[in-house]
Design a protein around this ligand. Structure first.
Ligand SMILES: [Zn+2]
Length: 294
């Protein structure tokens, strides 16, 4: 009842200010939503919220009546459609009159706070979500708990958590940039250390992901005969691999390689990608004996 009477008050305020109509009302599990047939800016909604709460503070009477057909014709009320039989009018004194058959509180003070939560553009108008009275109180408590938890995590004052999150995100972006740079550097060190090594190459790295392995392998097979196999992972959780070669045609060898690595994967003639369950020792043994002429 608090939410429903609150909805009448807000719709009355909107109608009195702008002449817009409430064309949809839904009581959801999280909030009540109201749809208006024209767009209302967030700034104007803030003003509407204030005026609606003023109606609450004034403790206006909420009354129900069944006007005669004659009276109805003269009456200005919302939801004015051709209805047959008795029309039940719910009036919020000084604010609203609306055809409605639901139960309402007796006076606006019983609605408690009216809190508009957010708004989105909807079907050429706006959908506003709202909570009133005890539902608003419960929502407020939950939000305070959440803010307190975030505030503690960030060591920031409750009303400064947004700027603290912005700072954390900036720091994270900076760290990510450094990680990308460090991985590029690491890839270059690996390539430099293998510059004078002939034959098949098999490298393991814990820090590189598959995208990094692809870059490493792409650079590693330049001017090299034999395969360049790069792995990331460990013996317990398994490995992800990228294997590259100018010769032989890896597509033709994929089945054999995957059998040896206890893995699965595929790709092109020059690059295979997949996962392996063989141990590092088994993998190293396999590539030590790998013949490009098979
Ligand atoms: Zn109603």
């Amino acid at each position: 009842m608090q939410n429903h009477t609150g909805e009448h008050i807000v719709s009355g305020v909107v109608h009195n200010l702008y002449g817009y109509n409430n064309v949809g009302f839904h009581m959801g599990s999280e909030a009540v939503t109201m749809d208006f047939d024209s767009y209302i800016t967030p700034e104007d909604l803030r003003k509407i919220e204030y005026l609606a709460n003023k109606v609450v503070i004034q403790n206006a009477k909420v009354t129900v009546s069944y006007p005669s057909a004659e009276e109805l014709k003269k009456l200005d009320y919302r939801s004015k459609i051709d209805l047959t039989g008795d029309v039940r009018i719910v009036r919020v004194e000084g604010c609203d009159a609306c055809a409605c058959c639901a139960s309402h509180v007796n006076s606006t003070g019983q609605v408690g706070i009216i809190k508009l939560l957010n708004s989105i553009r909807y079907k050429g108008g706006v959908r506003v979500s709202m909570l009133c009275g005890f539902d608003a109180l419960e929502d407020y408590s939950k939000k305070i708990d959440n803010v307190a938890a975030v505030s503690e995590l960030l060591s920031a004052k409750p009303n400064e958590i947004a700027s603290a999150v912005t700072r954390v995100k900036e720091e994270l972006a900076e760290q990510e940039r450094k990680v990308v740079e460090a991985k590029r550097y690491l890839g270059q060190i690996i390539l430099d250390s293998l510059k004078d090594t002939d034959g098949n190459i098999c490298v393991f790295d814990l820090f590189l992901d598959v995208a990094d392995l692809r870059k490493l392998v792409t650079a590693g097979i330049e001017g090299r005969s034999g395969v360049f196999a790069a792995f990331t992972g460990n013996d317990i959780e398994g490995y992800r691999y990228v294997i590259g070669s100018r010769t032989p045609d890896l597509r033709k060898r994929a089945k054999e390689i995957n059998e040896a690595l206890k893995g699965r994967g595929g790709g092109s003639a020059v690059m295979l990608q997949g996962s392996a369950e063989a141990s590092r020792a088994e993998i190293e043994d396999y590539f030590a004996g790998f013949s490009v002429n098979d």
